[in-house]
Design a protein around this ligand. Structure first.
Ligand SMILES: Nc1ncnc2c1ncn2[C@@H]1O[C@H](COP(=O)(O)OP(=O)(O)OP(=O)(O)O)[C@@H](O)[C@H]1O
Ligand SMILES: [Mg+2]
Length: 337
């Protein structure tokens, strides 16, 4: 998909951070802080799908909840459709819920088990005072049909559906009010591989039909690539690489992106690989992230500069941005790799 350069972003985050304070100390200064999202800047153009990928605990859900203002932002700026929404109160944000919606990882947990599906889908219309009763029923039937279910499913309870069907209901609910932006937080991670493809195809169809813009979050680069125009790779709360989805996938420039790429299952044809990147050790504790480059403790290329400088996310002429002292196809300051 080509984007007109004159278009304005639908969503723009500038140095967005989310810090959680936890720990039991009575002294505020002793409480531990988690920098779950660390100065993330990104733009999402109308009609585009930005994929966000990274391993468990890197801050993807926190970022997703900040982008939809389901939680407060600690610092930075967030604009939606040209409007600064960084500091809007819960009440002020309510009308915007029609325009930005979230689909969650666990479809079972995100649907109230005691209410019939028809009720769950009618709720957004009632909350926003849209439509008379009979009209809402029609809209609910239409929504069910649109996500591949039947109108009689409205009478059933969530537990009577399979995982994939529950996720279809979650998507229908998010779409009820025709939002502009859908942030999907691991919408297929809980599903079987065969069902994953169906749900991704459904999301892609709906994107075309309703002109939706997506932020699509997953820990699996292959899943993200299937639906995204661009991909942002997250590590310990920060974006370490952003670019065209196919290009990031085929020629990763950040060593961490390459590790994610190499971790993907390959068709047999490619089983004989000349070199295999491996990530050493565990994700460092987000309570005490490493100084300098946050990836240096696991990076095969890192040398002395890691201690002093955190690499900035620098955009190259071809549009790819990488935060690395030793980008894989760029100049290597120490002659490594
Ligand atoms: N409400 C909270 N209070 C305190 N810490 C939190 C809270 N939510 C998340 N965290 C911490 O913030 C960091 C990022 O968590 P987050 O859930 O955003 O990661 P994630 O990338 O979505 O992980 P996963 O892939 O497992 O869903 C983690 O260290 C987590 O423990
Ligand atoms: Mg998550």
């Amino acid at each position: 998909m080509t984007m007109a350069t004159a278009q304005k972003p639908l969503l723009r985050a500038t140095k967005l951070s989310k810090i959680y304070k936890s720990g039991r100390s009575l002294l505020p200064s002793r409480r531990q802080q988690v920098h779950a999202v660390n100065e993330v800047s990104l733009e999402v153009m109308p009609g585009e799908t930005l994929g966000i990928v990274g391993e468990s605990g890197c801050g993807k859900s926190s970022l997703g909840r900040c982008l939809t203002r389901l939680q407060d932002i600690s610092s930075g700026r967030l604009e939606f459709d040209g409007r600064d929404i960084t500091d809007l109160s819960l009440r002020q944000i309510r009308p915007l819920r029609r325009e930005m919606q979230m689909v969650f990882q666990d479809p079972a947990a995100s649907l109230n088990a005691r209410r019939r599906v028809g009720d769950l889908l009618a709720e957004p219309f009632r909350i926003h005072g849209i439509g008379a009763r009979s009209e809402i029923e029609d809209r609910v039937s239409e929504l069910l049909r649109r996500v591949g279910l039947r109108s009689e499913h409205a009478l059933r309870f969530p537990h009577e559906f399979s995982g994939g069907q529950k996720q279809r209901i979650g998507i229908a609910r998010a779409l009820a009010l025709h939002p502009k932006l859908l942030v999907a937080d691991e919408p297929v991670s809980a599903l079987d591989v065969s069902i994953q493809a169906q749900i991704i195809n459904l999301l892609a169809e709906l994107r075309e039909e309703f002109g939706l813009t997506y932020v699509f979050i997953a820990h699996d680069l292959a899943v993200v690539r299937q639906i995204s125009n661009r991909v942002a790779v997250m590590y310990l709360g920060a974006i370490v690489e952003v670019g065209d989805a196919d290009e990031v996938f085929s020629t990763p420039r950040h060593p961490y992106t390459r590790v994610l790429r190499e971790a993907m299952p390959e068709p047999r044809l490619h089983a004989k690989r000349p070199e295999r990147a491996q990530v050493k050790g565990d994700l460092p504790s987000p309570f005490s992230p490493p100084p300098g480059c946050p990836f240096h403790t696991r990076c095969a290329f890192a040398k002395e500069r890691r201690e002093v400088q955190r690499p900035a996310l620098v955009k190259a002429a071809d549009g790819r941005a990488v935060a690395c002292h030793y980008p894989l196809d760029g100049p290597h300051p120490t002659g490594l790799a």
